[in-house]
Design a protein around this ligand. Structure first.
Ligand code: GLN
Length: 245
């Protein structure tokens, strides 16, 4: 049964773009809302279904090249969904971000037309970027982002399109930036799931989706996990600087 007052988090294609556990982002959003006293529900939309246009937040995850080629055809076959995704809040991770762009080119040079929701393109880089990432978010309310990446694509933002953050360690888009931040889309290369690792990013997204600020939460285990990831990434960064000197 659906509750009309509930905030609707729509998880798109968990059966196709589900390789990196990014479905956890939808779980985090819904649990965070409930902990803040707001009714919320997840609607999962698989490849056999048509997506609703009544969502408050749409969530897309990462996947392999073949899976994302399928995902982009699926998206392009749902014009009403694409219209909604041009104005409603979206979280798009890795392949999920790439498919929303104008086009993407895989390592064999095959170019696929994207869903055209974002002014960005993706080409295959020289090698796979795999490992932990740290990025400074462009929004000051969001703490330093941590996550892991696993992708070959390098993403180029159109002129004037702002990234989500500046990479402190790792690869991200490939040019020192990570992701994209438009009025309604948060895109990133970070898995984790990124919202489980970065609760302030979840709150940022929900503030934009609901127009309300949720009261701060203290989750000691999550804080401890953040300190661990931040410390590990900073130590690796220091070691690589020392190796180069
Ligand atoms: N297949 C894409 C790439 O390698 C996306 C991978 C991912 O979603 N982690 O760039």
């Amino acid at each position: 049964m659906t509750d009309d007052s509930a905030v609707r988090v729509v998880l798109l294609l968990p059966d196709v773009l589900g390789t990196y556990s990014d479905r956890g982002n939808a779980t985090v959003l819904v649990q965070r809302l409930r902990m803040g006293g707001m009714p919320a529900e997840v609607m999962e939309v698989s490849a056999q279904e048509t997506a609703p246009t009544s969502g408050d937040v749409y969530v897309l995850g990462g996947g392999e090249d073949a899976a994302q080629a399928y995902a982009v055809q699926w998206l392009r076959g749902q014009p009403a969904l694409l219209t909604t995704m041009r104005t409603t809040q979206v979280l798009a991770v890795c392949a999920g971000m790439q498919v929303l762009g104008d086009w993407m080119q895989d390592s064999d040079g095959r170019r696929t037309t994207g869903a055209g929701v974002l002014d960005l393109t993706t080409s295959a880089g020289p090698r796979r970027a795999v490992g932990e990432v740290l990025a400074e978010c462009t929004d000051r309310d969001v703490q330093t982002l941590t996550g892991f990446e696993n992708h070959r694509g390098r993403t180029y933002l159109g002129p004037g399109v702002p990234p989500l953050g500046r990479v402190l360690s790792g690869t991200g888009n490939g040019d020192g930036a990570d992701g994209v931040l438009t009025a309604n889309v948060v895109g990133t290369y970070l898995h984790g799931p990124v919202l489980a690792r970065n609760p302030t990013l979840a709150d940022f997204l929900l503030r934009r989706a609901t127009g309300q600020a949720l009261s701060a939460l203290e989750v000691p285990d999550q804080e401890a996990a953040r300190r661990l990831h931040l410390g590990g990434a900073r130590r690796r960064r220091l070691r690589s600087v020392l190796r180069r000197s």
